[in-house]
Design a protein around this ligand. Structure first.
Ligand code: NAD
Length: 324
């Protein structure tokens, strides 16, 4: 049993909750912090505190006695949410992140992992479906996603400054579209894989579902188990610069829909809504650096990860009496 004390912020959220379970299985003592409890099952954290991390005094309380911080708390959601609320998201995340870093410094935390995003990458490199996979150094010269992405990019820099000036050991992980069971699947904050699973689970054989954009936009999707394994390995490794943590399996949204429909065993027709936000035209992760640093990279094929994801969303809808 390790005596190391770990804080997971955003422990009521999708990645944070999975990470708490993983760290507990490894035998660590874990404090979870969030403004809400995990939605779908109880936390496994040794302590779970409800704290609004936009305030420094709450960040100081969260980090007391802590050796390592996995900082996942953020005001975030899918493309619909992050394009609609630039000011609120940028303000909330700036307050959370600046105060968490400062609290970690004051409390003498040893390691601090910041969860950044593929949204930091320049829009000019993502304007075609078949665009080159993104390498870490592509982030500059900058032209990130407004609001959410720009704030993440600035925070990456702040992590660097705290490391250089104060000796705080920081890690920066750029997640690319994480999906899996226990993720938000409705309400406006859900991301494409969960939204498509929900729509197909609710549809009858032969029904039409709405797709945002023309479906030709491309993405890669990272299964939650790979994400958690990767975060842990990045925290353990001594590499302080930003690292992609994504899948290299690029698909169009149309292909994603076809995969889910096949898993569901349904014929699904697509109706395209070109007025809805679709984000960048093409995005994929280049994991060359990740492989070099960790000797490891995500392995779960999209089809394999979508099976438990679809089944879990279907089960939630069935339990709620929304499908037979
Ligand atoms: P999530 O929304 O499920 O979890 C974030 C958690 O932060 C939520 O439970 C939320 O309540 C909490 N939070 C928000 N404001 C807070 C506050 N003021 N004080 C305390 N807690 C607060 O999101 P997630 O998918 O688990 O993402 C975790 C991290 O990974 C975030 O930083 C996110 O930006 C980043 N990220 C995620 C993805 C992805 O595909 N899921 C992609 C890129 C980056």
């Amino acid at each position: 049993m390790s005596a190391k004390k770990i804080l997971v912020t955003g422990a009521g959220g999708f990645i944070g909750h999975h990470l708490v379970k993983f760290l507990k299985q490894k035998g660590f003592w874990v404090r979870g912090v969030d403004i809400k409890a995990p939605e779908f099952e109880p936390t496994r954290a040794d302590e779970f505190e409800f704290l609004d991390l936009r305030h420094l005094e709450n960040c100081l309380a969260a980090t007391r006695g802590i050796d390592e911080v996995y900082h996942l708390a953020a005001d975030m959601g899918g493309i619909g949410y992050i394009t609609a609320f630039h000011a609120t998201i940028a303000k909330n995340n700036t307050l959370i992140n600046v105060h968490m870093l400062e609290a970690a410094r004051i409390q003498g935390v040893h390691r601090f992992l910041f969860s950044s995003s593929a949204c930091v990458y320049p829009q000019y490199l993502q304007d075609r479906p078949d665009t080159q996979p993104l390498q870490e150094e592509d982030a500059w010269p900058a032209d990130p996603e407004e609001g959410y992405g720009l704030e993440k990019l600035y925070m990456e820099k702040l992590c660097q400054y705290y490391r250089e000036d104060f000796g705080l050991e920081t890690r920066v992980v750029r997640f690319h579209n994480v999906y899996g069971p226990l993720g938000t699947y409705e309400g406006g904050r859900e991301k494409a894989p969960a939204a498509i699973c929900r729509k197909i689970a609710l549809a009858k054989n032969g029904d039409e579902i709405e797709i945002w954009g023309d479906g030709q936009q491309t993405r890669s999707f990272l299964y939650i188990d790979d994400c958690i394994e990767g975060i842990y390995r990045i925290m353990e490794a001594g590499y302080p610069h930003p690292l992609n943590l994504g899948s290299e399996e690029r698909v169009t949204i149309n292909e994603l829909v076809d995969l889910v429909a096949e898993i569901a065993g349904k014929q699904i027709r697509k109706r395209y809504d070109l007025t809805k936000p679709q984000g960048v035209r093409g995005r994929n992760s280049d994991n060359t650096k990740l492989r070099t640093v960790l000797g490891w990279a995500p392995q779960t094929p999209l089809r394999e990860g979508l099976v438990p994801t679809y089944r879990w969303i279907e089960e939630q809808l069935r339990k709620a009496g929304r499908i037979p």
